[in-house]
Design a protein around this ligand. Structure first.
Ligand code: DHB
Ligand code: FE
Length: 279
């Protein structure tokens, strides 16, 4: 049985990749953000073997012509590429095809007919949380399973559906026949809007409410429609769906290890929440 050790939910602003590439962590703009990213001691203690990463592709691996609601990587490795932000590419991420196929089989049995990707480029939304969790440029210490959720081409899967997808992943991990420690990652949000008349929109009150509810009452957040999420969190704030899917994969009983909220990084309210399995 896989052991779900914890959840890390985080924003994934591309500019963070530039700051890392240029070593700007102590720069006055960046310092509060990087100082708030105090997760490394916890990761060293927990030592996950695999990260299952819920993230949203931004037009790199999927585009408007073909857009799966849910896609699961099943590759030996995942190459990072830049879909237009001018970011340096991170090292390839090791895959875990055996776990990927177990998740895909279990999801199909649970009536989630996901797109399977035996080749998959991963964008900043996948790479930046990894680089924040394991800085320094050494070999990635975990294998990975990317799970991409459409936030680009409406209609998007609903908050309730994303939470259920996460629950199905959690149940699949419970019956996995290998004794591996799994970290669940949710990459996206919090409130932000990149274009249109509301560009720069941030909703601190809503974000903090979501961060609070996500811990002990995540189902409360599944009542929002995506239209409501766009209104409350901005058109890109729907990336909250990643946090919901990731929380669905965790056991119901959790405790908060760390949380941080910083406005703004680029156009985004940068949120970070680390939960551990209380069982
Ligand atoms: C920004 C935030 C994102 O989530 C993203 O995918 C791209 C850009 C930003 O705030 O600049
Ligand atoms: Fe994004």
């Amino acid at each position: 049985m896989a052991q779900i050790v914890g959840l890390l939910a985080t924003s994934h602003v591309p500019l963070i990749g530039k700051a890392i590439g240029q070593g700007l962590q102590q720069d006055p703009y960046w310092r509060p953000f990087f100082d708030g990213y105090a997760v490394h001691e916890c990761l060293r203690r927990v030592r996950p073997d695999v990260a299952v990463v819920f993230y949203n592709d931004h037009g790199l691996n999927f585009f408007l012509d073909k857009m799966p609601a849910f896609a699961v990587g099943a590759a030996e490795q995942y190459l990072n590429a830049d879909e237009g932000w001018g970011l340096p590419a991170f090292k390839p991420f090791p895959g875990d095809p055996r776990l990927s196929w177990h998740l895909i089989e279990s999801l199909a049995a649970a009536e989630f007919d996901v797109t399977t990707c035996q080749e998959m480029l991963v964008d900043h939304a996948f790479a930046i949380p990894m680089a924040l969790m394991w800085p320094g440029g050494g070999p990635w210490p975990v294998k990975t399973v990317p799970i991409s959720i459409n936030t680009v081409q409406h209609p998007l899967p609903s908050a309730a559906r994303c939470f259920k997808l996460g629950q199905a992943v959690g149940r699949a991990l419970e019956i996995y026949d290998e004794n591996v420690k799994v970290l669940i990652v949710g990459s996206g949000g919090l409130s932000h809007q990149l274009d249109g008349t509301r560009a720069g929109f941030i909703n601190k009150e809503f974000d903090l409410m979501c961060m609070e509810k996500l811990v002990h009452e995540p189902q409360a957040l599944t009542r929002y429609s995506n239209a409501q999420l766009v209104e409350l969190a901005g058109s890109q704030g729907v990336e909250l769906l990643m946090w919901l899917a990731a929380r669905g994969a965790m056991p119901s009983s959790v405790f908060t290890v760390h949380s941080h909220y910083h406005i703004p990084i680029s156009n985004t309210a940068a949120g970070l929440l680390v939960l551990e399995n209380a069982a």
